[in-house]
Structure formats: C-alpha cells, structure tokens
Design a protein. Structure first.
Length: 322
C-alpha cells in the first residue's frame, strides 16, 4: 500500500507553480500513488506525548488556473503518516522551531521526516556554511558594528546581509570608505545604545564572479544533481536571487562545484539532510539551504530532469540515512 505523504508548507494558494519545488515534490508523490495531505504552521499539536496534525486531503494539478483541491480538515495522529515533508520557507522563526519539536516525536515514532527536524534547528543556512571554511571566501558573522566595519576596511569590498534573510532581501554591497556604511549597519544590527538587542549580521568578501551567476546546486542524500541553476544579476543589480530579478540559466557543474559538493556531502548525510541547496559564487560556497531549497522546476525544464523523482527514489530506497 502506498505510504501517505503530508507536507507542511506556506499557503499553497499563494505559490507560483512554475518555479515552486514543493509543488514539484507533491506532483511526483501523487504520480507515484502516495495519498497527499496538507498542513500549515498552527496545525500541529502534542497530545499526551503523541504528535498530531490537522490534515487536509490534497490533490494537485499542473495547471496555473487551478493547481490544488483540499478536502475537509481532520485531526490525525501523525504516526499514521508515512512521510512528512517540512517545506516552510525561511526564516526559521521560533514557531517553526516548535514545529520541529513536534516532528522530533513523529520521527522518533517511525515517521520519515524530510529534512531531519533537529538539523533544521541546528543548521542556519548562513552559519552552517562556515562549517566548511575551506570552501568559502572570507566571512564574518558578528553583532559588533566595529568588528563589521573592520572587516569591510580589511577586504575593501564586501556584502552585508541579515542572518535570517532570504530571497535577496536586506543585502547590501559596500566598499571601504562608503559614507552609508553606518546606516547599513544600523539597519542590519539594530543595536541600542547599551549594546542589547543586536542582531547577528553576515559580512562576506565581495566575489566578482557573481556577474556569471549565483549557482544553486541541489543535493540529494549528499550527492549533487549534475546541473546547477546560475541566477544571474540583471542590469545594475548585484544580487542574483530570482526574487530580486535575477535570470536563471542552467549550467553543468564545474570541477570546483563537484569538489565543494564532495566536501559538504558527508556532513549532510550524517545530519539527515536529504534535500539541500548549496549556493556557490565563482569558486566559493556562500550558503547551505536546508529548509526549502528551490530551483528544481527550472532545472527539470531546461535539462529534461525529474529532480523530485530522484529524491523520492532515494526516500523509497533508503527510508533512513542512519
């Protein structure tokens, strides 16, 4: 009997199906005969130590005029579900952390949870990349504005970004001597006069190869898909993020890309991170996306792939990486 698949995601009515990777996963699960169920944040509970969710039966159609139908919601013991896909977009906020705690219990009781809930808590998408300094350009994560200013002065040309950002939001390029640097740091660090409530900020040496694109390399069980989506900045914009207007162009992986994937892959497998997106600019790893990596539909279309199928092959063949 096919295992049921439940997805926790952002509202399905607001997605853009032409480029939504979660939607590709749902289409593939349905094609394989897995009954689908849908939930959002707020639909989880623990009852006497057991994981429950308010699930709605889901059907999906690859049709931009109407891509889903939902049945009546019913509280269900999650231990009756075969697989749960955790696909909330970042940032990982406190409520999502609590969601992962519920999913810890579900996983303990035999539910296949993708990605591993503990890893979702532990692996901040920007900080986790620093576990692999051999793959990265010079990078600083700090709350101290003086330390961030020192970094900019040392490297001359840098990118500043929030630790919990996504889609290119809140990213600044700054050069040594820029009179706007203090204002940028006020925006990002948000420190008060007593040094409290400061937010961690990432400073990274600017990588000129961004002009050729910020590559998204998708990893399945620690192995790379053989093509990446280079998100190329347009016009005067330095950000390649598709949400910031970048253009997506599929490219084969370079030798350096494969080396980075080989450096990172074993740790992804060890942590139960089964579907991950590496961001690579030029020769350097910049981020590791673990919550809801994207770009599968674009790569499928350009190269005739079925990345969702590759992931489900792995999930069905190897229920656990432990």
């Amino acid at each position: 009997m096919p295992r049921s698949v439940a997805v926790l995601m952002d509202p399905i009515g607001s997605i853009k199906i032409a480029k939504d990777t979660t939607f590709a996963l749902l289409l593939e699960a349905q094609r394989r005969g897995h009954p689908l169920y849908y939930m959002e944040q707020g639909d989880l509970a623990l009852r006497d130590g057991a994981p429950w969710a308010k699930l709605r039966p889901l059907s999906v159609m690859d049709d931009p005029t109407g891509w889903y139908t939902l049945g009546e919601a019913r509280w269900t013991d999650l231990r009756e579900v075969g697989t749960v896909l955790l696909r909330k977009d970042p940032p990982v906020d406190p409520q999502f952390v609590y969601d992962t705690l519920v999913m810890d219990v579900a996983q303990r009781d035999g539910v296949q949870v993708v990605n591993d809930p503990r890893a979702l808590r532990d692996c901040n998408e920007k900080v986790f990349a620093l576990h692999f300094p051999q793959c990265m350009a010079p990078t600083l994560v700090a709350r101290d504005p003086a330390e961030l200013r020192r970094f900019v002065a040392e490297h001359g040309d840098a990118v500043l970004k929030p630790l919990d950002g996504m889609g290119g939001r809140g990213i600044f390029r700054v050069q040594a001597g820029d009179k706007n640097l203090n204002s940028m740091l006020e925006t990002l660090v948000q420190g008060d006069s007593h040094g409290q409530e400061r937010q961690f900020t990432v400073a990274q040496k600017f990588i000129p190869q961004i002009s050729a694109g910020d590559k998204r390399i998708l990893m399945i069980d620690g192995e790379p898909v053989p093509y990446a989506l280079a998100r190329i900045p347009q016009g005067d914009e330095f950000r390649g993020n598709l949400a910031a207007g970048g253009r997506g162009e599929g490219v084969p992986l370079s030798d350096r890309d494969r080396w980075i994937a080989a450096e990172v892959g074993p740790e992804l497998r060890r942590r139960g991170l089964r579907f991950v997106g590496l961001d690579v600019i030029g020769d350097y790893l910049t981020e590791i996306n673990v919550t809801s990596p994207t770009c599968a539909r674009e790569l499928d279309k350009q190269f005739g792939l079925n990345i969702a199928g590759m992931l489900f092959d792995a999930l069905e063949t190897r229920p656990s990486l432990a």
